[in-house]
Design a protein around this ligand. Sequence first.
Ligand code: TPP
Ligand code: MG
Length: 892
Amino acid sequence: MDNEISTQPHGMADVEIQEWLESLDSVLESSGPEVAAEILERLRAHATVNGIDLPFTANTPYANTIPPRLEPLFPGDQELERRIKSLIRWNALAMVVRANRVEHNIGGHISTYASAATLYEVGFNHFFRARTEEFEGDTVYFQGHASPGMYARAFLEGRLSAQKLENFRRELKPGGGLSSYPHPWLMPDFWEFPTVSMGLSPLMAIYQARFNRYLEDRGMKAATDAKVWAFLGDGETDEPESLGAITLASREKLDNLIFVINCNLQRLDGPVRGNGQIIQELESAFRGARWNVIKVLWGSEWDPIFERDTEGLLVKRMGELVDGEYQKLVVSSGAYVREQFFGSDPRLLQLVEPMSDESLRRLRLGGHDPRKVYAAYKAAVEHKGSPTVILARTIKGYGLGEAGEGKNVTHQQKKLNEDELREFRSRFGIPLNDEDCIEVPFYRPAEDSVEIQYLRARREALGGYVPKRSIRSKPLAAEHDELFKEFLEGSEGREVSTTMAFVGMLRKMLKDGEIGKLIVPIVPDEARTFGMESLFRTAGIYSSAGQKYEPVDVNTLLYYKEAKDGQILEEGITEAGSMASCIAAGTAYATHGINTIPFFIYYSMFGFQRIADFIWAAADMRTRGFLLGGTSGRTTLSGEGLQHQDGNSHVLALPVPNIKAYDPAFAYEIAVIIQDGIRRMYKDGENVFYYITVMNEPYAMPAMPGNVKDGILRGMYRFRPAANAKAKLRAQLFGSGAILNEALRAQEILETKYGVAADVWSVTSYKELYNDGIETERWNRLHPGEKARVPYVTKCLADAPGVLVAASDYLKTLPNMISKWMPRRLASLGTDGFGRSEGRTALRDFFEVDSRFITLATLHELFVDGKVERSLLDKAIKDLGINTDKPNPVIS
Ligand SMILES: Cc1ncc(C[n+]2csc(CCOP(=O)(O)OP(=O)(O)O)c2C)c(N)n1
Ligand SMILES: [Mg+2]
């Protein structure tokens, strides 16, 4: 770590160093910091030219970035704000302690908020602007584990009742409770952003800030100075997503973005970097990424000591300690601090000579000093040209004393004994006597108290309360029948893939008078894969910088056009970042009151499998829009092999409660699903979003048969009935996606070669069918006296004779999970196992999902039912050329 200041290199005389420092001081005083910086820069260049090897460092010394002389005046009533903060501290602690008294192990966190209270309170009293009619407001991502502090504040603000606080983490109590962490799904009027799966919110915040600029550059909202604030833990920065997009933020010059990292040097188990310095590590990462870095390490009590230290000894000493040592100092006595920290050099000891042990112990850290925090926030909101990160040093469990302050166990401290409670009460001056306080009551001063008046006045001045979620967009008006009509008519024999069909729809949607502007196409460097390059020219690729170069393909029709008002978000190779954009666009109906409709199209294998937690967060946030899983299907994507061929995503979509997942086969099915989706989400305001897989296998798209719209949306419909419904041998074949064509071929083989009349069904969504089935079962169980309802699958198959065979390009579990609502046994074919680099024909043979295997499965079912002879199976195996000794795809 390069944070040392050499004070006596190679025996150089102190006096010489002193002269240099003094002349710099005088330049600073007479000409200001810019000139001083210029001189230093020139000196550095001069030194390099003259062969002086200066080591690279992205670090500054272990000191506050803002010196005391540049600190602004604190504009608030510091004492009053301290009292308010103390009350919030108390109530936050009370919530957790009370909840755990009632129900052992219900959990909750005290120490995270305890360390971050000042960081939040300065924000609440002076910076976070609410969303109002006139102003879009700041966007704040609160650290998930600090939620008790946010609830406790809302209680003082009169927004949450004591009853609600009492039911923290007990959401099922009468009258409702409070969710453990920020969850818009559970508290849709309060929380906006789920942050508790650590690492997601920093990345989401970056893309949110960028999306705000996108809306401005496209003229969809006025440019404002609204900020995106993200509060993170220092341990949280270990998650790769946390720092994964920081270069995007600086590249895009997102000076509307502020990270506040609460550096309490601890995570759950112990120190974040016991043997290093997390703050210096983060500083170099962010400075390297060209962020504006503001370190807030030391409180005002340190200023006079620094002042006395004309030799820079203190900064040097501070840079020497590793975080494990710092943590130890925090829990130690003043005498220990004097001996261990200052005792390393008699000159240091002399600096603190006049101070008592008690005042040494009370030297505050920067993150607990409102003046230092205010100075940092003010500098951050005024900074231009790059995002800012504030690295604020705090103590985890601040104020918990013996109960956990700075201790390794503090993260999980949920109970305080009587002495500890009294101690905490006294330390923060809560007006409760010794007896009352051990009951840990919630405490709110009278409405007309100065505290409540002040707190209300501050929030009023900042536009209202935060956090608060509301839906600010107006529903769309049109039905869009005209727009989608042509896609219901089929391709008249022309072979197209469902991807091409979708891109055609997208192109048309982009031209629509109502929704055209609202569409946000998002691609992670895969537009060409999906045949979307034609949109580059017409819609343009968004770039805040416009296009500073002449593209290499400028003379072609479909050149790579970047533009400041470009509509496509070409995110580069980041599914996580693209999903974060999709979330920002899909929640703009609430955040900005704008109904942007994201269409995020990506390689389906790199979706649910890779970024499922972001999709889960999107679901929590009531995100609207469409995820398009391109090149999908284990056997439909030929060539790419094990890592690319997706037979999983429809299974992985099952757990997300509000995502509707479709595996359509034909263009008209996609048109029906998208049109209905836009209506449900943006007209009727339903809290659902969509996953649609599209494929790259070309085939003729049929025209939509009559009366199937409802079936497409509900999950299945009879696409092609058997020619000879009176045949003796009957079957029902279920196909999805491109495998529907295999079922149709099997229908023909069965009819012409084996005299079996089969109906073919298109199953567009096993998830919809499954949800309908379990919902029907549940209703019947809870309403035994009423006429039993019938699952949709059962209704569909009521008059469908014969054996049942399903085939899809996904795991067999999909059809199996609905088989219990079918009238008879189901044979399921699917693509369980690892993919292979091969062509489609070979892959469908390998995974046993082609027309031959569907035929064999049908005949086998008829055989089991005693409808055909064994010899027919032998003959079929031979005729169809099936190798019965072939490897088992599931495990080979
Ligand atoms: C992705 C993820 N992994 C693990 C956890 C469990 N967890 C909750 S808080 C925590 C430690 C947090 O440390 P830090 O980020 O430093 O926050 P602090 O409480 O110290 O402010 C852990 C491991 C989680 N919430 N999310
Ligand atoms: Mg921490």
